[in-house]
Design a protein around this ligand. Structure first.
Ligand code: NAP
Length: 292
């Protein structure tokens, strides 16, 4: 293996420890305990698992969480009413609506309703718009892309002036990751399902962020020697040796890529833990903004 492993688990723990200390300090100073409201629509098992991990992280770090499970057939009107109540509740500093929402709900309208000061997921059009504009700063950066950039910086990867390639252009990962890299002065190419000769584009990358949800699609021979590879993908691959019958793998063929790359994140244990750590950092920031 030539690549240096970027240990997302350890780096996420460091972020969490820092948040925990700051939360304790603000409470000792007589300020409010940061509070995160989680809204879970329906009973998707994966969504429920993510929400319970976020609630647990709040408890571990000394923050409060307010859980709002609502039925899958909730009306748009009732969901909007709940968001407005949470916007008005001073104990709630951050609001997280677990996505995806059922098809009958207008996700865009729901996200737009979240007060910008409580938009700890960073998905509101105002936060994304600010991310895209020169000289403006979002109040909150979306957690997964924020985690990707944080990992690159912690590993000491030079972003400014680097050729960066982002695979995927979703609202929650690919596009904000590309915008963040531009802000950090990288030269960025965004690839998607219509990109031609994707392997040739990836070969130009000093930094690769892969977020396409395609099992091990990126091969070792696509990687530029010495490149930094951040693998966001979380895909299940059949594995008879595992009790549950599968294991989690990324969008990058790790065994091949680690022989070529300079830095690489594992799956699991790379970007995944960072997402929740950055949500906790954003929730603390929300409380601080609302102190002002
Ligand atoms: P998504 O919304 O499905 O977007 C996938 C993107 O990849 C789209 O832009 C799509 O292009 C592109 N794409 C799909 N197939 C492609 C192909 N064969 N070649 C090139 N581009 C292709 O997915 P997402 O929500 O961004 O998530 C991406 C991956 O990250 C998933 O595995 C997800 O589980 C994982 N994820 C992990 C975390 C974490 O915390 N670790 C958080 C979020 C997501 P088009 O736009 O043209 O359709």
């Amino acid at each position: 293996m030539t690549a240096q492993l970027i240990d997302g688990q350890a780096i996420a723990q460091k972020v969490r420890d820092e948040v925990k200390v700051k939360v304790a300090e603000r409470i000792a100073a007589g300020k409010s305990q940061p509070g995160l409201a989680t809204v879970l629509v329906g009973e998707r098992v994966d969504s429920a698992t993510y929400v319970s991990m976020k609630q647990k992280a709040c408890a571990d770090l000394g923050m409060t969480s307010f859980h709002h499970p609502v039925p899958a057939d909730i009306s748009q009107e009732d969901l909007e009413k709940l968001i407005k109540e949470l916007n008005a509740d001073p104990k709630v500093n951050g609001i997280l609506v677990q996505l995806p929402l059922p098809d009958h709900l207008d996700e865009e309208r729901v996200l737009q309703l979240i007060s910008i000061e409580k938009d700890v997921d960073g998905f509101s059009p105002i936060n994304i718009g600010r991310l895209a504009q020169k000289g403006r700063e979002p109040l909150f950066v979306p957690c997964t892309p924020y985690g990707c950039i944080y990992l690159l910086k912690e590993a000491g990867v030079q972003i400014s002036g680097a050729n960066a390639v982002v695979l995927g252009r979703s609202n929650i990962v690919g596009m904000p990751a590309a915008l963040l890299l531009v802000k950090e002065n990288a030269t960025v190419t965004v690839c998607h399902s219509r990109t031609k000769n994707i392997a040739d584009v990836v070969r130009q990358a000093d930094i690769l962020i892969a977020a396409i949800g395609r099992t091990e699609m990126v091969r070792g021979e696509w990687i530029k020697p010495g490149a930094a590879v951040i693998d966001v993908g979380m895909n299940s691959k059949p594995d008879a040796t595992k009790k549950r019958g599968y294991r989690l793998v990324g969008d990058v063929n790790f065994d091949e890529a680690k022989e070529v790359a300079g830095f690489i994140t594992p799956v699991p244990g790379g970007v995944g833990p960072m997402t929740i750590a950055m949500l906790m950092a954003n929730t603390l920031r929300a409380a601080e903004i609302q102190d002002e």
